[in-house]
Design a protein around this ligand. Sequence first.
Ligand SMILES: Cc1cc2nc3c(=O)[nH]c(=O)nc-3n(C[C@H](O)[C@H](O)[C@H](O)COP(=O)(O)OP(=O)(O)OC[C@H]3O[C@@H](n4cnc5c(N)ncnc54)[C@H](O)[C@@H]3O)c2cc1C
Length: 391
Amino acid sequence: MSVPYEFDIAIIGGGITGLSAAFHLQKLGFSRLCLFSKEADHSTTAHAAGFISGGMADNFTRLSHPRGIATAKQIWDFCDHAYDSLVEYLQKAGIPHQNGERLRWMISEAEVAEAQKAVQQLHAEGLAASWQATSPSTSGVSSPRLLGTQNEGQRATAVSLPALLHQLRADTRVTTFGEAQSFQSTGDGIEVTHAGGKVRAEFLICAQHLSIADLLPNLAEALVPFADQWSEYQLHDQSKVLPWKPGTVFSWQHSHIWGVVTGPGTLRIGGGRYLRAMAGIEAKVASYEQKIMRHLAEAWNGLWPELAIEPSGTGFGIRDCRPCDELPLIGPMFGEGRVLVATGYMGQGLSLGFTAGRCLAELIADQPTKLPRLLWPERLRSLPADKGEES
Ligand SMILES: Cc1cc2nc3c(=O)[nH]c(=O)nc-3n(C[C@H](O)[C@H](O)[C@H](O)COP(=O)(O)OP(=O)(O)OC[C@H]3O[C@@H](n4cnc5c(N)ncnc54)[C@H](O)[C@@H]3O)c2cc1C
């Protein structure tokens, strides 16, 4: 059988973003889809820690302080929508997942001040959050370091990533090709060159994460890569049980350390990238560091000495990217008619990648979308659009 050449949409990248774009395009009636996928099982998605949560990984004040409350609310709402959309998919598809609370633990006076302000602002905007100063009974265990907890309610979930990826692949019918090498506009479409030849499509979605700039050099300086890692741990005393439900997502030290409860006595903890040279910024390769793995256990044990943990398995060191202005990059690519991009989720790419795929599908289908225009790449262009160019 000959390989088709003409497609409605070509998608580069077989991680959560690309698969979600294919899934949602198909739901909107597009049937001729092709997906370029390099090292499918080595995607960032496949190695993520497997949790999602509402709102943003950074606290609300991190957005409201530089950008104002209205913009912070708009972004927070979008992230909440992303969380709800993925949870809905997990539920409908019967993908194993566990729901818990989203907790931010505060261990310094500066964090306490930040949390109290964030909770006040979240409340004023009608968003869920509460603040509790620590008392010995806060969670049934005492901590010598904990000053208080910001609780954003039951807005966190641990998910089986192999099951999620398997289901998304099963739910999409696409013609697959290997690595996409280049593309060029043909006026009324896009021609993509790959190792086995060329294909033509009406639109191209670039969902290849850190490699996006290889094909879209105008984004090269805007996408700042960083390296981080997570590891598996278990309670040292296995007769004990963690006081938080599996699915609970936590962070402390301004989200430099983060993790998820995965079972009664097991958890995944990530972060500590400040121990890497230049805090992992501009890392060219991912690496898994034993010293960071040990540091994360020590940091936990200092916070929760009654719940001491030890490494119980491995984890992964992976690279992610923060756009230079610390907002995700989702939408039509400036200067390139018919090309759309999605990347830069700053540590919450499972829910944002899933929703980005949906939003790009909606833009292509000219359907209403919840994507704020603020997230479009156009904000990074330094020159006005050429006359007649799509904006
Ligand atoms: C340590 C760590 C843990 C994390 N844990 C979580 C977590 O628990 N929850 C969460 O929400 N987020 C987490 N993240 C972030 C999240 O993993 C990413 O944001 C997300 O997986 C990115 O998905 P993606 O589909 O955009 O990219 P990817 O999953 O990387 O997919 C892109 C794919 O494109 C392929 N590709 C590249 N170039 C080409 C080409 N030219 N042709 C064809 N294919 C190409 C790549 O090989 C890759 O398979 C974590 C990040 C780090 C650093």
